[in-house]
Design a protein around this ligand. Structure first.
Ligand SMILES: Nc1ncnc2c1ncn2[C@@H]1O[C@H](COP(=O)(O)OP(=O)(O)OP(=O)(O)O)[C@@H](O)[C@H]1O
Length: 629
């Protein structure tokens, strides 16, 4: 910041000095530009003076100096005006703040009388001018502080206004000093409430806001604004300065806003049944059940080994349900310590326990209200919480930890586990009544080894995803590697397959996933794959053809009834084992199957021809005939 910001004050100081001393005064800034002047210097404001002058030297050395014999003084030697100089004496005093020189006050005598005034009482004059310089630097300091304060204030106003809480600040009597936009929006205020009594605008509880201020109560979950009852969390803080109460800051989070924000943050991805890759008989059956389940509101229990896609199915069921535009809230019961799980599920009231967050907390059930809650790893829930969950299922109400009243909820529950819940029931680790309440619609996901014919499609899909993610083009797979994948047991199911693909794409140095020692070592694959002429036939039931391509592309969300009909068509087709087909139909089907199976290979046509026992030329002819590819 430059001295110029207090130009007006500086001119007043220059006038005062000149009046007292009766000598012309000029003051320059750190660019050596005159910013104030009296007498003959009044007209020269704005002009620059040389840094080689006494002003420049005083600024450089940060020292007051008096030149009583200009042209003879060694200080004048550097000055290019020396020969033409008309001055009789000069006093230069730097204006210093925080060890930085912001400018110089200069007194110049043009006659002997003025010279005497400078030289006769040197000490007093220097003390006086230095006081004036320090007055200027004091003013400058205040200006700098106020400038910084204003910037800080702007920053705070921006933060304050951008908050999604309503915030209002009052003095000690509850008169409004400041408020943010959300405050006027939430409480429907269309006028400027500055200076108004806060209790005239908002109030809560029976006793009134101000009463509660005085008694130091911190919050409530009900606020009355201009007669309207609003639910949310209200926090009040007292503002103290030097031990004295100076006011209050009140913030209010509207419950509806909090839930909307939570849902905005949690809409991470939407999944449809079509997005779930696989058309093996076992997965098609599950997809069909999931679509049917999506139409009801009954509780679902999804079971299956780890990594089989339980969450994917839960999301897809929600997407196809009538609740699809409502929240989908997921909670992994194994990931949260059981002491915290209760408050995560049901929320808590302010002060429910030591360390509870001020203002309380909204539970997952409330957040999922009107939507779906996915309780993953339900087998890890403690018996104590199991009984609470059972009550929620029976009563359709939740009660916050430390709360006194029940809150009605309408939430569809989808639970999932990779544990054998029936065995847990036998071992008294899981409540039998809860098990039956959850298991209204059971969905059992097949493990990957039970649906190996889906592996090529899953591979193709995952190769695309990781090629994009890792910015590498890997689109083919060595037949030996595929053979190995088809014979492997996949204990970690699709998640393990995903990890293997990610690993392979990281390691690939061409566009092909090839067999490597690293791959064998990393995933404990057998050294020699089981030989088979068609591993699909040996290891799984035949592939169902669900459409043209090997992997169904991610399709936009479709309405569930259309999806249902489409799926039913495909499923019925497959599930008619006694249907007699023409030789041409069978030939077309086998060629199509081989195409889907070997599309990811580098030399696909060669392999397909070999597998079908025909020449490459015949294959091309038949592809054309059946309009395949
Ligand atoms: N059919 C599928 N198509 C594509 N990706 C899938 C499929 N099934 C599962 N996945 C992927 O496999 C991973 C595991 O799926 P998900 O988390 O749904 O399994 P889970 O059964 O819930 O696992 P866990 O029991 O360990 O929680 C996810 O990254 C998911 O995207």
């Amino acid at each position: 910041m430059k001295l110029d910001v207090i130009k007006n004050e500086i001119q007043k100081v220059a006038d005062a000095i000149s009046l007292v001393i009766k000598i012309d005064v000029t003051i320059v800034n750190e660019d050596m530009q005159r910013i104030a002047g009296t007498g003959k210097y009044a007209d020269q404001v704005g002009s620059r003076i040389s840094r080689s002058s006494a002003f420049g030297i005083s600024m450089r050395d940060k020292k007051t100096m008096i030149i009583d014999s200009p042209r003879e003084s060694p200080l004048c030697e550097e000055c290019f005006m020396m020969s033409s100089c008309k001055e009789e004496a000069e006093l230069c005093c730097p204006i210093i703040l925080n060890n930085h020189c912001y400018g110089v006050i200069g007194l110049i005598a043009f006659d002997i009388e003025q010279k005497k005034r400078i030289t006769n009482e040197k000490e007093n004059l220097v003390a006086f001018i230095e006081k004036m310089a320090s007055l200027i630097s004091g003013n400058l300091n205040a200006e700098i502080k106020s400038y910084q304060f204003n910037i800080e204030k702007e920053r705070i106003i921006n933060v304050f206004d951008g908050m999604d809480k309503a915030v209002v600040s009052t003095d000690e009597n509850g008169l409004i000093i400041a408020y943010n936009t959300k405050f006027t929006k939430n409480f429907g205020i269309s006028y400027d409430p500055t200076g108004m009594d806060i209790t005239k605008i908002i109030d809560y509880g029976e006793k009134g806001l101000l009463e509660k201020f005085k008694r130091g109560r911190k919050n409530s979950d009900t606020v009355y604004a201009e007669g309207k009852k609003m639910k949310g969390i209200c926090n009040m803080n007292k503002v103290f300065y030097k031990g004295q109460l100076k006011g209050f800051v009140i913030d209010f989070v509207d419950k509806k806003d909090a839930i909307e924000n939570f849902n905005k943050m949690n809409v991470d991805y939407t999944m449809t049944i079509e997005d779930i890759i696989g058309d093996s008989p076992s997965i098609v059956r599950v997809k069909k059940s999931a679509l049917m389940a999506s139409e009801s509101t009954s509780t679902i229990l999804i079971t299956g080994d780890s990594g089989t896609g339980k969450e994917l199915f839960a999301r897809a069921i929600h997407t196809h349900s009538k609740r699809s535009d409502k929240p989908f809230v997921t909670l992994n019961c194994a990931a949260i310590p059981s002491e915290l799980l209760e408050s995560e599920l049901f929320g808590y009231e302010d002060g429910a326990f030591t360390g509870a967050r001020k203002g309380g907390k909204i539970g997952m059930f409330e957040l999922a209200n009107t939507g779906t809650i996915f309780l993953d790893e339900i087998g890890d829930m403690s018996l104590h919480l199991q009984s609470k969950l059972l009550r929620v299922l029976q009563e359709k109400e939740v009660r916050k930890v430390g709360g006194k009243k029940n809150i009605k909820i309408d939430v569809r529950i989808i639970a999932a586990t990779n544990k054998n819940l029936l065995k847990m029931v036998d071992d008294n680790l899981f409540r039998e009544d809860l098990y039956y309440r959850l298991n209204v619609i059971p969905i059992v996901l097949p493990s990957l080894k039970e649906r190996k014919s889906d592996i090529p499609k899953l591979l193709e899909h995952m190769m695309k995803i990781y090629s994009n993610k890792l910015e590498k083009k890997v689109d083919s797979i060595d037949p030996d590697v595929l053979e190995m994948f088809m014979t492997y047991e996949w204990p970690g199911n699709i998640r393990e397959l995903q990890n293997v693909v990610e690993f392979c794409i990281n390691m690939a140095d061409s566009n092909i996933i090839e067999k490597s020692e690293q791959l064998m070592a990393r995933f404990n694959f057998r050294k020699e794959p089981i030989k088979s002429s068609d591993p699909l036939i040996k290891m799984d039931k035949p592939l169902i053809s669900m459409g043209g391509s090997l992997v169904s592309e991610m399709k936009p969300k479709t309405d569930s009834s259309r999806l249902n009909r489409q799926k039913e068509k495909n499923i019925t087709k497959y599930e008619e084992p006694f249907e007699i087909r023409t030789i041409e139909e069978l030939e077309r089907r086998e060629i199509k199957k081989a195409l889907e199976r070997y599309r990811v290979y580098k030399r696909d046509k060669e392999i397909i021809a070999e597998k079908l026992g025909i020449s490459k030329a015949t294959l091309y002819r038949k592809l054309k005939k059946y309009d395949l590819e």
